[in-house]
Design a protein around this ligand. Structure first.
Ligand SMILES: [Zn+2]
Length: 362
């Protein structure tokens, strides 16, 4: 699989990005305050039924996709700086203002399951690793063996696919989720990267929670060499962005930028009736910072049985037969199974190679 990926390295960076709408003439208003309880927006493409894929595709492409020029520089810097990797004069402040900083939130998986846990956590300070100030991790990483299936974390619509052959993230897909898809009061965008193969879903296609997206890989360049990294451990980088209306723009060849968007600690994506604003999460008492995570089991069931979101890796049952799945996980976190397995890769201690410019690593 890796060989096939390396074969893609000479291709262009974007595989499938829909054509922006005809140029809009109105200016997009960007308001700064972070919404903790924004109004539930109207639901356009996010609720399109999978029964009519052609309609879903056309609506998704026509609805909510803005010309990148309509997003002001603050938002482009805040949400796009990681993807622009040195090709921008953006500072880190806009991203921090939009929620990119550590919260201390950790996942708690259901009793008697073995799930793939985080190693590089949300908002992790990469400054020492990159030997530069102001480098923060814009997602969570879960290591897993090559080929481990990655699943859609919720019902949604594909809004972006990137070959990523000229950035750190490698092969990537981005899904957009309506409030109805997730139970959250905002539109969310989930980002899955480092696949060894490009997911087969098309832009505009509806996806279902737990749907197979693609196999785990380690695609993405090494800053040192400018080529596909050969030493990075296979893992998913899972990132979440959000806004109030589901509108977005495509930063050419690089990233999806939600209009008036914010960063979300990915752990918060799995919680309903819970703060998702980074500042509110950080302010939680320490004993509230371990949060229950709904999961997909290898047999296709979920814990709890009724959930709108699942961890992007499936979990296996541990100590089978001792306990039935519970709707309210109560155990201490289960260490990721990858730690018990013989690694087929060399773990070099961090996900991303050092960079020679100040940036947010993803
Ligand atoms: Zn990462």
């Amino acid at each position: 699989m890796l060989v096939a990926v390396l074969g893609c390295s000479s291709a262009t960076s974007v595989e499938v990005i829909s054509t922006p709408l005809a140029e809009a003439t109105t200016e997009v208003k960007i308001d700064a305050p972070a919404p903790t309880k924004p109004p539930t927006p109207a639901a356009p493409a996010g609720n399109i039924s999978t029964e009519s894929p052609s309609l879903a595709t056309s609506v998704a492409r026509a609805d909510g996709l803005l010309d990148i020029a309509l997003l002001d520089k603050f938002i482009r810097c805040a949400m796009g700086k990681p993807a622009m990797a040195g090709k921008t004069d953006c500072t880190l402040e806009p991203a921090i203002e939009r929620g990119l900083f550590a919260t201390g939130i950790t996942p708690r998986f259901p009793n008697n399951t073995e799930c793939r846990d985080i190693d590089d956590y949300w908002g992790m300070d990469y400054s020492k690793k990159s030997k530069k100030e102001g480098s923060y991790h814009g997602g969570i990483d879960m290591p897993a063996p090559f080929g481990t299936p990655i699943y859609a974390a919720a019902n949604g619509t594909v809004v972006g696919k990137f070959l990523g052959d000229n950035n750190l993230r490698g092969i990537e897909i981005v899904l957009r989720h309506s409030p109805q898809d997730t139970g959250l009061p905002v539109w969310t965008f989930t980002q899955y990267t480092h696949f060894s193969e490009m997911p087969s879903q098309e832009v505009g296609q509806r996806t279902r929670m737990g749907e197979f997206l693609g196999p785990t890989g380690n695609t993405g360049i090494s800053i040192k060499t400018g080529k596909q990294s050969e030493t990075r451990r296979p893992a998913i980088h899972f990132g979440v962005l959000y806004n109030t209306n589901g509108n977005y723009a495509v930063l050419k060849d690089l990233a999806i930028i939600p209009e008036d968007g914010y960063w979300m600690d990915p752990n918060a994506f799995f919680l309903v009736d819970h703060p998702f604003n980074t500042g509110a999460l950080k302010a939680l008492p320490d004993n509230d910072k371990e949060v229950p995570i709904p999961v997909l089991l290898d047999d296709g069931n979920t814990i709890p049985s009724a959930t709108k979101t699942v961890w992007p890796y499936s979990c296996s049952k541990g100590d089978a037969g001792t306990t039935e799945p519970t709707a309210t996980p109560t155990s201490t976190p289960v260490i990721g199974t990858s730690e018990q397995e013989e690694p087929s890769w060399e773990y070099i201690g961090f996900t991303h190679a050092p960079v020679d410019f100040t940036q947010i690593l993803v």
